[in-house]
Write a protein that binds this ligand. Structure first.
Ligand SMILES: [Mg+2]
Length: 117
């Protein structure tokens, strides 16, 4: 995970170097970018299901996978942009959500207690 966050940091440095807007505007735009990428996930889902007769089957599940990765990546870039401690913030939040949802259940059991239906 450290290598991933190092790559995210390099991307943020690159974006900062190429930015033509104020740092405050860059922060807002990077958060908004998450919505743009989420929209691309929705577009890919519509493309997989062929729900738009004009476009037909325009996407694959691999496209959905790539767009979901874009959402995750843009979220990481936005987080790293607003805090230098992005990795720690993410780990804290993940631990919080896991504790809230999984409690003290041991890993690898699908969240169900042995013998439960
Ligand atoms: Mg995308």
């Amino acid at each position: 995970m450290r290598e991933t966050w190092n790559t995210v940091e390099r991307l943020v440095e690159w974006l900062d170097a190429e930015s033509t807007v104020s740092p405050e505007m860059a922060r807002l735009l990077r958060v908004l970018k998450i919505s743009e990428e989420a929209g691309e996930v929705a577009e890919a889902i519509h493309g997989v299901t062929g729900s738009n007769p004009r476009k037909g089957d325009s996407h694959t599940w691999e496209d959905v996978e790539a767009e979901l990765c874009d959402v995750i990546l843009t979220g990481m870039v936005a987080l790293k942009t607003i805090t230098p401690n992005a990795a720690e913030a993410f780990e804290r939040r993940l631990a919080h959500v896991a504790e809230r949802s999984l409690g003290h259940r041991p890993p690898g059991r699908g969240g169900k207690e042995a013998g439960s239906a």
